[in-house]
Design a protein around this ligand. Structure first.
Ligand code: ADP
Length: 867
């Protein structure tokens, strides 16, 4: 029998419980025969026999004939009270079923010793079998029969009667010996069996109804049969149970089998549990792993991040941070590891670490200072500037001798475009260092220098650290541009932070708010630049060595344009050297008509403009060479932008020409005075500083003191209001040096004598009319020349400054040195007021000096100083 058939299964059709009483209920019965349900086929395909506790047996059992049709079965041993379906296919078997049904439905079931025998003979069968009643019969379409049988009583074959079509057997009914009532041994045996059954059932997770059935059986033989029929016993075992006629012995046998079955069941359960455990363990792991993956993904903890972290880790090691800094970086790295990569926080940390690993903590260039070479480089890059170059070479020499020089910081002071930046670059080149430049112009917030704390949204390091990152080495030449333009306000004082940057005692551990770790700036060579030195806070000034650079004269400009600017611009615009020729006159025309500056920025720009135009022509196919003439300039640069200031202007009453010193060089300025009827009030306008206003008051007092000599009524000031104005009103002006200019305009206005426009003056005035010295005479003189003015009145005590003025320029200007205002008036007024002046003139007096204000170009903001 196959395993399948062996087991107590629960086949279709078993529902109908046999009415095991004799007559049998249904009129269709049959028999089994092998070989159908399955290959190897056998009988009881279907399975489980459900066993019903027998009804109280009648005395002697049912009437069973002695001769019965024989149904050989394979793979199963049928017990009394067992109900099960059988498939019947063999010819002889079908005939036996037919015969049984035709008679009283009883049939004898005997098990084949060898299930594979197709046509079993007497010796192929176990002699002990079971008489069964066919409860139902169903003819299947293929000719086989399906019968439902119920075991009735055991029997033993006495004789086999070979007959056709069905084999018959004569049997002996096996009658069990009567049971000893109430035997403890039997009771114990039965309980033991029941317990084992219960355990087996629970181990196998089977329904416990069977238990209820066994509970109701108190006959050990019946219990033994019932259990045996439901156990999956081997044929031989089952047969031996069937053959045991003593009920107690039979139950003992079955009990032993139960014990083995229980062991098997336990082992099976254990194996199953283990397997389940194994499975659930690995399932659990798998599940957890999957969950972890999901969590990681949810947190964005994807593979790319660990790559990033590794990358940063490598960089932190490579960049050579100091111990303390490295610890901080590693701490932040660990924080980053634990964060979602898309979170705002992690991008803050990432940016921070990016900064940290990109700063030059260790990397530096090797200084290679050879003074001769440095001189060569400076000369190569710069025309003239001898004094400056000397000073730079001295500085480099000291630097070379003394590694840790704590000396002053060089500060180049001068108007824009005079070569401050390019000197810085040359120094870097001469030392073999990197060069960076940081503009401080307009910085009012300390955080610009020192950075914002990382807690601020979008915080960044300050400009110093930004510059260091840009430099990529920790010993660059670092130019702090426009240090005079740093201002302080409520956001803190940037110059305090600058002090820390520049102080050699402190800057080895410069603290930037963003980095929050010290950065060593001590190897940096700082150079500062400024347009004027006055606004630089004294504390900063103390640390710096001021190297002044003044504006260039036309001669210098010409030379520089020839030697540097034109070749450089040609090169930058891809034009072969020599393609463009520019005569001196052309260059000077550019200087005078298209630029007005102390430095060279605009000149270089204009030359660049010419080069670009030429480049276009070349690109369009023109061959050149291109010779640029002063007349042809307009084609390249448009109409001239500047005419000499005095050109086209007439001498006017009440308008005097002064000279101012500005951060961008020198400049000329005009002072206008107007008298109107009134009560002697004074109005001073034109964005003038306190010093300039005071010098205006001084000028008025001087004029009052000279009223008699000038022929003015004694109380002239009481009847008029005086308005003094200095255009351009939008540019702040200050300083005392306009004193004599204001006085001249005032006298002109009071006397009605026009002032000469072609004379420019500068000088401070005292109440008594003394003329005091001023500063910046060189710049002022050059400014006058640029404006086309050839006569300059200056304080006598500035005589020594005339030497500073380059000879070429000095020759073009006539200087008149004066010590008293009384000397000035006869020169600047068209007529000598002291001689001509008899009273206030009839006409023109009290009128605005001039309708026209001179067309002076507005320059870069910054006070014009008349010092
Ligand atoms: P600054 O920094 O003082 O404003 P720059 O250094 O930018 O001025 O100079 C402006 C231009 O003029 C640069 O192209 C520079 O090379 C050039 N320049 C200035 N002075 C000289 C000089 N003495 N010799 C040669 N070129 C000069």
């Amino acid at each position: 029998m196959t395993d399948e058939a062996k087991k107590t299964n629960r086949p279709e059709g078993t529902d109908a419980l046999p009415d095991r009483t004799d007559g049998g209920s249904r009129p269709d019965g049959e028999d089994t025969s092998p070989g159908e349900a399955k290959p190897g086929g056998n009988v009881a395909k279907a399975g489980t026999a459900e066993v019903e506790p027998p009804a109280e047996e009648k005395e002697g059992g049912p009437e069973i004939p002695e001769v019965l049709p024989l149904l050989p079965v394979r793979d199963i041993v049928i017990f009394p009270y067992m109900t099960l379906p059988l498939f019947v296919g063999r010819e002889g078997s079908v005939a036996a079923v037919d015969e049984a049904l035709a008679r009283d439905r009883f049939i004898f079931l005997a098990t084949q010793k060898d299930p594979s025998v197709e046509d079993p003979k007497e010796e192929d069968l176990f002699r002990t079998g079971t008489v069964a009643m066919i409860m139902r019969m169903l003819k299947l379409p293929d000719g086989r029969l399906k019968i439902l049988i119920q075991g009735v009583v055991k029997g033993k074959i006495v004789e086999v009667i070979e007959a056709k079509p069905a084999v018959r057997v004569r049997i002996d009914r096996i009658v069990e010996p009567p049971m000893k009532e109430g035997s403890l041994e039997v009771e114990a045996l039965m309980r033991a069996s029941r317990e084992r059954i219960e355990k087996i059932l629970s181990l196998k997770n089977m329904p416990v109804e069977i238990l209820m059935v066994t509970e109701n059986i108190n006959n050990p033989g019946v219990l033994a049969d019932l259990v045996a029929s439901n156990l999956r016993l081997k044929i031989e075992e089952a047969q031996s149970v069937l053959e045991e006629e003593d009920p107690v012995a039979r139950l003992t046998l079955v009990n032993n089998l139960l014990a083995r079955e229980l062991q098997l069941a336990e082992m099976q359960a254990k194996i199953q549990n283990q397997a389940k455990e194994e499975m659930s363990k690995s399932q659990r792991e798998y599940f957890l792993r999957e969950q972890m993956k999901a969590i990681k993904q949810e947190l964005g903890d994807i593979d790319g991040k660990s790559e990033e972290v590794d990358d940063l880790k490598g960089k932190i090691e490579a960049v050579g941070m100091p111990e303390e800094v490295r610890k901080e970086a590693e701490k932040q790295l660990r924080r980053l590891e634990g964060m979602h990569p898309d979170s705002a926080e992690s991008s803050v940390v990432r940016t921070y670490l990016d900064w940290m690993v990109e700063l030059p903590w260790k990397k530096e260039t090797k200084d290679n200072i050879r003074i001769a070479k440095a001189k060569e480089i400076l000369d190569e890059d710069h025309h003239d500037l001898e004094k400056v170059k000397e000073r730079i070479l001295e500085y480099l020499s000291v630097r070379k001798l003394k590694d840790k020089m704590k000396g002053p910081i060089l500060c180049f002071v001068g108007p824009p475009g005079v070569g401050k930046t390019s000197l810085g670059k040359s120094i870097a080149r001469a030392m073999g260092r990197k060069f960076i430049r940081m503009s401080l112009g307009g910085i009012r917030d300390e955080a610009e220098i020192r950075g914002h704390r990382r807690t601020y949204v979008g915080a960044l390091p300050g400009r110093v650290i930004q510059g260091m990152k840009q430099a990529g080495t920790r010993n660059p030449v670092f130019m702090l541009d426009e240090i005079d333009k740093v201002g302080a306000d409520f956001r803190g004082d940037p110059s305090a932070a600058l002090l820390e940057v520049l102080d050699p005692e402190q800057n080895f551990a410069f603290s930037d708010n963003y980095l929050n770790v010290p950065f060593d700036l001590s190897k940096v060579l700082f150079i500062a630049t400024a347009n004027i030195i006055d606004p630089v806070p004294p504390a900063l000034k103390d640390r710096m060595e001021i190297i002044p650079l003044s504006g260039y004269t036309d001669v210098d400009k010409l030379a520089i344009a020839r030697k540097y600017l034109l070749p450089r611009q040609q090169e930058e615009n891809g034009i072969r050297q020599g393609k463009i020729t520019m005569g001196d006159k052309t260059i000077l025309a550019i200087v005078h008509e298209y630029t007005r500056e102390a430095g060279l920025r605009n000149l270089e720009r204009e030359i660049g403009q010419v080069c670009r135009k030429v480049a276009r022509k070349i690109a369009e196919g023109e061959k050149g060479p291109f010779s640029i003439t002063p007349k042809g300039l307009a084609k390249y640069l448009g109409a001239p932008r500047h005419l000499p200031e005095t050109e086209g202007e007439v001498d006017e009453v009440g308008v005097a020409t002064g000279l101012a010193w500005t951060p961008t060089g020198g400049d000329i300025l005009f002072v206008e005075v107007s008298l109107v009827d009134g009560k002697g009030s004074v109005m001073i306008t034109g964005y003038l500083g306190e010093v300039m206003k005071e010098s205006a008051q001084a000028a008025i007092t001087y004029v009052r003191s000279r009223a008699a000599r000038l022929g003015l009524p004694r109380n002239f000031h009481a009847k008029h209001d005086i308005h003094i104005h200095v255009p351009s009103g939008g540019i702040p002006k200050d300083g005392p040096s306009a004193g004599i200019t204001i006085a001249a305009a005032l006298v002109s206005s009071l006397t009605g004598i026009p002032v000469r426009r072609d004379v420019a003056m500068t000088g401070e005035i005292t109440l008594r009319g003394r003329v005091l010295p001023i500063g910046g005479l060189k710049e002022k003189a050059l400014a006058a020349l640029r404006a086309g003015i050839n006569q300059v009145i200056a304080p006598g005590r500035n005589g020594k400054d005339l030497e500073e003025i380059p000879r070429h320029e000095a020759r073009q200007v006539r200087f008149t040195l004066v010590n008293n205002m009384d000397e000035v008036l006869p020169i600047v007024l068209k007529r000598d007021p002291f001689r001509a002046g008899k009273g206030m003139p009839k006409g023109g007096r009290g009128k605005t000096a001039s309708g026209k204000t001179p067309g002076k170009p507005k320059r870069a903001p910054g006070a014009k100083r008349t010092r």
